[in-house]
Ligand binder design. Structure first.
Ligand SMILES: [Mg+2]
Length: 305
């Protein structure tokens, strides 16, 4: 990899960014840094995969993505197996991977990561199923229902909080399901409301982690089952969202880690992958350790503990 990024291609999702003007910000930042840049625009699902693969053949130093997790996920699908690093310019309503890696949500600040001396890269895992890659995670049941019911407009207005607005509607539909899991060869049958297979620990809007042990570079995926919806679950969501503190009450949650996970449920439920709804009812998921390198902020020097 080159020590300095001088030539990039930017994939832009024009539906991102809450109507803000982005090209003047990118242009000014690249001009100041002396970086040559080209850009292409996505119009529909799958475009970012195709555009990333095409741009990667053109001798660039990095691919940048302006968009949310869905666009980043597509770029990753175009990049896995190449040596080209990824730059995330967060622009979506959910920027889970950017948050996980400490990448600023402010476009100008995110651009300055490209120009500040030798780039700092972090190698991260991705998940794989059905010959496609995911970056944040897959959820089945309750959490997938929330994303299904959040419309585009409310996502734009309220960002990640929009995912929680349809909570009342989703709660009315709640039914317990038996999840049949196989994690690295060991089988479990667990009753619950939702099953989450996560590559990242944060919720997309805050650095507060779902669980401090979830690590995007440890070569493991995390499997979480929420077992019941009762007052404690709402307290957990409320504390996490409003007070922005990590809740202490995790007795309602079961948690495993593994490299290879098979999952099916006793009845058909909504499934989402990186914010996109899927039809699958039986999932076979593997971790791909160290699949991609992403530009991250330079590590701050920590005091000796
Ligand atoms: Mg992990």
């Amino acid at each position: 990899m080159k020590n300095i990024i001088k030539n990039i291609h930017i994939i832009i999702n024009p539906g991102s960014g809450k109507g803000r003007s982005i090209l003047p910000v990118i242009n000014a930042a690249m001009k100041e840094a002396g970086i040559k840049w080209e850009a292409s625009i996505t119009h529909k699902a799958g475009d970012a995969v195709r555009l990333t693969k095409a741009a990667a053949k053109n001798g660039i130093d990095a691919i940048a993505v302006y968009g949310g997790d869905g666009t980043v996920m597509e770029a990753v699908n175009g990049l896995v197996g190449s040596e080209i690093p990824l730059i995330i310019l967060p622009g979506g309503s959910a920027n889970v991977m950017a948050t996980e890696l400490g990448i600023p949500w402010d476009l100008k600040e995110a651009c300055t990561l490209i120009s500040q001396g030798p780039p700092e890269m972090k190698t991260i895992d991705v998940g794989r199923f059905n010959n496609r890659y995911f970056i944040a995670g897959i959820s089945i049941g309750f959490v997938a229902d929330l994303i299904k019911d959040a419309d585009r407009e409310s996502k734009n207005m309220f960002g990640i909080l929009a995912y929680f607005f349809p909570i009342t509607a989703a709660i009315q539909k709640l039914k317990l399901t038996i999840y049949h899991l196989k994690i690295d060869g060991i089988e479990y049958d667990v009753q619950g409301l939702t099953c989450i297979i996560s590559n990242v620990g944060n919720l997309g809007f805050t650095k507060i982690s779902l669980d401090k042990h979830i690590d995007v570079s440890d070569g493991l995926l995390d499997v979480v089952i929420v077992r019941k919806a009762n007052l404690s679950l709402f307290k957990l969501i409320f504390i996490t969202l409003i007070k922005r503190e990590r809740p202490e009450n995790f007795e309602l949650v079961k948690h495993w880690q593994g490299k290879e996970i098979t999952i099916s449920s006793s009845r058909k439920q909504a499934v989402q992958c990186d914010g996109e709804l899927l039809e699958n009812s039986h999932l076979h998921i593997k971790v791909v350790p160290g699949a991609i390198r992403v530009l991250v902020p330079k590590k701050e020097k920590k005091a000796v503990e």
